[in-house]
Design a protein around this ligand. Sequence first.
Ligand code: PHE
Length: 457
Amino acid sequence: MTTPEPTTTRDAWATRAGFILAAVGSAVGLGNMWRFSYVAAEGGGAAFVILYVVFVTFIGVPLMTSEFIVGRLSQESPVVAVRRLGGSGWAPLGWLFVVCGFGILSYYSVIAGWTMRYAVDAVRNAIAIDTEAYFGSVSTGWPAIFTHLAFMAMTVGIVVAGVKRGLERTALILMPLLFLMLLCLAGWAATLSGSGAGYGYYLKPQLGELVDPDIIVLAAGQAFFSLSLGMGALMTYASYLRSRENLGREAGTVAAADFGVAFVAGLVVFPIVFHFGLGETIGLGGAISDNTVGTLFMALPTGLHSLGGLGNVVISAFFIMLFVAAITSAISLLEVVVAAVIDGWRWTRTKATIVFGTLIAIGGLPSAFSIDFLVAADKFVGNFLLIVGGFFTSLLVGYRLLPQADAELADGLDSVAARRTWAYLVRYLAPVVLLIVMILMVPVVWDAIKPVIGLTG
Ligand code: PHE
């Protein structure tokens, strides 16, 4: 049934570390810093953080394990994999993955473009002291379009080079460095006078908020986005995996690394926000605005400006590394689309990447013109559709493939109890919770779409 293709020309990971680092590279990106800070600002801090951890642990890790299983089992791109393993009725799930990859990358690239702009402007000492005005001037319109297109061109270039060469090396060097830098920044932020209030907001929950549907929805969406879940990105990477690793442990490792980065990013951002009184500017805990979306992009330069020339160097280094983290995530988004086209239509990698990279770049233009559009895309594709994808993935694995999937998982994970727990979470907990989240999410997504289609101011 699952005979490995004998004459395969598919790429494969040279080492286990290569796979883990690429998976971490996919997970760790703008989601951990840009998105985590903006959503934690929007969602009222600590309660959001707690719910986020709960989602990552009980839904995220089991589902990531499931994606790894399907990838390694099939040795195919997700589109082919879900159809071949699930039957033709499951084909739309594969298409949904491709739509997500396409849709997320289109606006993700715009934000990645901001990071490029910040990295360059910081060394030129061109980030204005008024970081709100500066963010406003570079985040939309022609400056944003320019950096968005530049970012897409780079991503396409890297994917054309192929999975091993392109990904393993990039991920290897910069992720640890970025984390180290965040730790240093967190240490510095701790010395700021408002840091206590910042930690309070970020870490001391209001118990009532733990059952607030708005915050639950934010936390679930953030967990999926940040873990690269629900759209076959990690499934694609696992399809290049041949060796018999413990997939549950791999998923745990990726999730822990991803959470670590986001958590420390919060320890940097919130003390700064409180020390410099940025709360009102970014609309902390209130209605979402363009500035909320720019939380990270305003907080960091505001904080570091106070250090003078050294601050500029730090800002630049930070955004260069964030840019690299964004590129390793963007690659995984594009890879889902490209792998589907290669496996499905037998296009060459180069052609598939260039054609679809161009289409995605065009698809990102509206987000470069309007932050409202960007937010709507982020809520609809980056949250809602990922949850939908995760919901159906849990059904596919939990009901249609369970014996096969369990056998695949057993290849590397001996513990029957662990596999039982996994099966339980994927069969029962994930579908039920995700269905509820999907329903709760509809009004939230609708609220974000309304301004774009001109229904409200
Ligand atoms: N997880 C990535 C980030 O946090 C974004 C992403 C989402 C990548 C979905 C792939 C798939 O930046």
